[in-house]
Design a protein around this ligand. Structure first.
Ligand SMILES: Nc1nc2c(ncn2[C@@H]2O[C@H](COP(=O)(O)OP(=O)(O)OP(=O)(O)O)[C@@H](O)[C@H]2O)c(=O)[nH]1
Ligand SMILES: [K+]
Ligand SMILES: [Mg+2]
Length: 368
């Protein structure tokens, strides 16, 4: 039996099995088995060719990268060309785009790299088409635009999400608050700071045993944690990426139909062809990327509001700011003065390299 067949068999069995006290151990085993088979499929010996994004990846520029993922001919290239001014061939023929096409869009002074990608279809993870390579590139993006055709958005949405999921991409989700600490002896000890509503002790033990973990402290702090969350923590190679659903071609539907579409969370209806609602799309992109703009203030001069230094949240200390300008500056700095949201007072605060900056802060670096 091939790995794909084995996966299918387990999925079928899971669908047949009702979840209750008596079956939870078995279901836990099945979920762990499924995760292991999927990993096998993606590994180098997994068959099906491709993977790793080889020949598909492009040099990263700008402060953040947004990748376009979707079925063929949903309008990815039309949108990307118009957003960035970089030509990417568009036509009514499916699979027009054959490789990654990068472009740049400046938003609020920050250069954002946009990657137009080939269309993917169901079964990308078993190596059909270029799906594997496309998704390997998507795995490395800071934001994924899932582009959907408004005439068939929901079915396509479910399929694309399942494809990305099976490659270890978790959309609009935080890493589960679960820790598994292996030990040499003592068996399995489970503690939970929240009620276990979607997983029970048997299921936890089944998953651990499937991974041959016989001694470990397991701490569950995630409300509603599931066996899949536990598997994700043990597998460890998951990526957590925000996604926006771009509902394209709204010029082809009625206002009433559009009303229904607005109920899809994290979605933006647009028309790439007519250039409708693109401002909202760009604003949502900006909000979701959650970047930090910092303005430089030279001594005795007004801050330079035209060219912010753009940093990513979690990597936005004064030291990161210095390094973004020049690698020597942090060494030469005596102290910095910060004005804005991260400063304690309006007249400015004297800070060191470890100070964490906020969006739209103004910084003056005083050298030794
Ligand atoms: N009505 C309408 N048609 C559009 C819109 N955007 C794109 N199209 C058309 O949809 C077709 C496919 O557009 P592409 O931009 O090539 O789509 P794609 O997703 O890049 O396709 P692949 O590269 O083949 O995956 C073209 O005929 C476009 O003119 C839109 O907003 N409204
Ligand atoms: K096309
Ligand atoms: Mg295209």
């Amino acid at each position: 039996m091939t790995t794909v067949q084995k996966i299918k068999e387990i999925e079928d069995e899971m669908n047949r099995t009702q979840k209750n006290k008596a079956t939870s151990y078995h279901l836990g085993q099945l979920k762990a088995k499924l995760a292991k088979l999927r990993r096998e499929l993606l590994g180098p010996q997994g068959g099906g060719g491709g993977g790793g994004g080889l020949g598909f990846d492009v040099a990263r520029t700008g402060i953040a990268t947004v990748g376009f993922v979707g079925f063929p001919s949903v309008g990815k290239s039309t949108l990307m060309s118009k957003l960035t001014g970089t030509h990417s061939e568009a036509s009514e023929i499916d699979f027009t785009t054959l490789t990654t096409v990068p472009g740049t869009l400046k938003v609020h002074g920050a250069p954002i790299q946009i990657l137009d990608l080939p269309g993917i279809i169901e079964g990308a993870n078993d190596g059909r088409g270029r799906g594997r390579q496309v998704i390997a590139v998507a795995r490395t993006c800071h934001l994924i635009f899932i582009v959907l055709d408004v005439l068939k958005p929901l079915g396509d949405k479910a399929i694309i999400e399942a494809e990305l999921e099976s490659f270890g991409i978790r959309l609009n989700k935080k890493p589960p608050a679960i820790t598994v600490r292996k030990k040499d002896k003592g068996g399995i000890a489970i503690t939970n700071t929240v009620p276990l509503t979607n997983i029970d002790q048997d299921e936890i033990k089944a998953v651990l045993s499937e991974y041959r973990i016989n001694n470990a402290d397991v701490a569950i702090r995630q409300p509603g944690a599931t066996a899949d969350d536990l598997v994700d923590v043990i597998e460890g190679n998951r990526v957590y990426i925000p996604a926006l659903y771009v509902l394209n071609k709204i010029d082809a539907i009625s206002i009433e139909e559009l009303d229904l579409l607005y109920r899809i969370p994290n979605s933006v209806p647009v028309s790439s062809r007519e250039w409708w609602n693109i401002d909202e799309l760009i604003e949502m992109m900006w909000q979701t990327l959650n970047l930090v703009r910092v303005y430089t203030k030279p001594r005795g001069l007004a801050p330079d509001y035209n060219s912010p230094v753009v940093l990513r949240r979690g990597k936005c200390t004064v030291e990161d700011f210095c390094n973004a300008i020049h690698k020597e500056i942090a060494k030469q700095m005596k102290y910095a003065i910060v004005w804005g949201a991260s400063a304690k007072h309006a007249r400015g605060q004297k800070v060191g390299l470890e100070h964490v900056l906020e969006d739209e802060d103004v910084v003056h670096i005083s050298k030794k």
